[in-house]
Design a protein around this ligand. Structure first.
Ligand code: KG4
Ligand code: ZN
Length: 419
């Protein structure tokens, strides 16, 4: 279990005390994929605790998340993780915080793995039923956006100017949302999905390319750490423009963009994965990849940042890695800023596991500075899945008394906002 370093920082944000909602304390729970997480957040802006039990090492043996194993681990972890979040929140507050002090429990309802989601939902339902407290259902993707908004409030920065464009980029998702407040409200959010991947998510491409090159899982941190050692212009990867077509009547394609109104800024990452595979084959890299895979498996202490990890890669591999990342980041950058310009966004939020990527942060920050746009990234701890973001996204819903019904179920394909 790990604790987010920034939990416990205080600010002067309005709390629930001024809204008649107790102290605005929300226990957030997240179990949509391979992290069991719980956090206590006050008034959507002060994380008193943020506990994450990662299953990464378990799934690393398989090179990806195994749904049955994930559900089993969530079952094992959920009670201790919630207890730990409550006890750390008490330590930070300087007085005991009990379940009775909570104003609500927030739970991720989707998207995610059905069995994994169900563990959290069933637990949260039982808890709120026993405590007679409201249950708030949160979309995981909305959570990623609110991770950043919470941290800007935590740092007492000016609120992000609306409408804002959110790039949510992780192992399961690559989405662009235009987000603003509902007309006449200063708290209720509305979202429009203005871009999405038509095939693989960006993080998925990182994971698949890393696996293909004999690197560890998850692949993002490996490629991030190794890319600076290679030449990003060695292999010119090209992204084709994605034509957005309105669906033909009667034809449904789950992965295809569903919106019909307004401009769309879609992504596709399966082509670059195939191009890397082709490069590996035409350049006869299979033997060196297999040697690297065996060396890595033999030494579990090796991390992406260890000097020995670089030594496992020849220059051709490092150049391939650098070129892959350069192309992926370039594509994310182009689509994000094209969308921001076309849709009149005043600020940009980047979130999700891939938001931890150092080249993505550097290049998007530089481009935002050039265009005089505000851009915000989450801290590294809040880039990947966590429950503080779920509790933060639940705060406006608590203010609006937007509670989940008793028959809340898992929604593996849940979408966010207008499509
Ligand atoms: O948000 P997240 O924890 O879980 C999902 O909802 O998918 O994201 C995990 C993804 C993985 O694909 C991982 O490879 C990627 O985020 N990732 C990174 C980095 N750190 C994690 N990708 C690129 N660079 C990183 N530094
Ligand atoms: Zn996520």
């Amino acid at each position: 279990m790990r604790e987010s370093p920034q939990s416990g920082e205080r600010n002067s944000q309005t709390t629930g005390e001024t809204t008649g909602l107790g102290t605005g304390l929300i226990l957030g729970i997240e179990s949509s994929c391979d992290e069991t997480a719980a956090a206590v957040v006050r008034a959507g802006s002060e994380a008193l605790s943020n506990v994450v039990a990662s299953q990464m090492s378990l799934h690393a043996n398989y090179g990806g998340v195994v749904p049955e194993l994930a559900s089993r681990e969530h079952l094992r972890n959920i009670v201790p993780v919630v207890r730990e979040a409550m006890s750390r929140a008490s330590a930070v507050a300087g007085h005991p915080i009990t379940f009775a002090d909570l104003d609500a429990v927030a739970i991720t309802a989707g998207p995610g793995l059905a069995g994994a989601l169900l563990v959290g939902i069933t637990y949260a339902k039982a808890l709120t039923f026993g405590l007679d407290k409201p249950l708030i259902s949160v979309n995981h993707l909305e959570g990623h956006i609110h991770a950043v908004l919470m941290e800007t409030r935590q740092r007492s920065e000016l609120p992000m100017e609306l409408p804002l464009l959110a790039l949510v980029v992780s192992g399961g998702h690559t989405h662009l949302y235009l987000a603003t407040h509902e007309q006449g409200s200063e708290t209720i959010w509305t979202y429009r999905n203005v871009g999405r991947t038509v095939d693989d998510a960006a993080g998925e491409a990182y994971d698949k390319v890393a696996k293909l090159l004999g690197l560890g899982y998850p692949g993002g941190p490996w490629i991030d750490a190794l890319a600076p050692h290679g030449n990003p212009r060695a292999v010119p990867f090209i992204f084709a423009e994605i034509k957005h077509r309105a669906p033909r009547p009667g034809v449904t394609n789950k992965k295809a963009p569903a919106n019909t109104a307004g401009p769309h800024f879609d992504f596709s990452f399966s082509g670059i994965k195939t191009a890397v595979l082709r490069y590996v084959e035409t350049h006869h890299m299979r033997d060196s990849i297999e040697a690297r895979r065996i060396a890595l498996a033999a030494d579990p202490t090796l991390t992406p940042k260890s000097a020995a990890a670089v030594k496992l890669c020849d220059q051709q591999t490092l150049d391939l890695i650098a070129s892959f990342q350069y192309a992926v980041v370039g594509n994310l950058q182009r689509q994000t800023f094209a969308a921001a310009a076309a849709l009149g966004a005043h600020s940009i939020v980047v979130s999700g596991g891939v938001a931890a990527n150092s080249e993505l942060r550097r290049r998007l920050q530089a481009e935002a500075d050039r265009r005089n746009l505000t851009i915000a990234f989450p801290s590294l701890a809040l880039s990947t899945d966590n429950a503080a973001m779920i509790a933060a996204a639940a705060w406006p819903k608590l203010l609006a008394r937007d509670f989940a019904s008793e028959d809340l179920g898992a929604a593996p394909q849940l979408r966010l906002g207008q499509q």
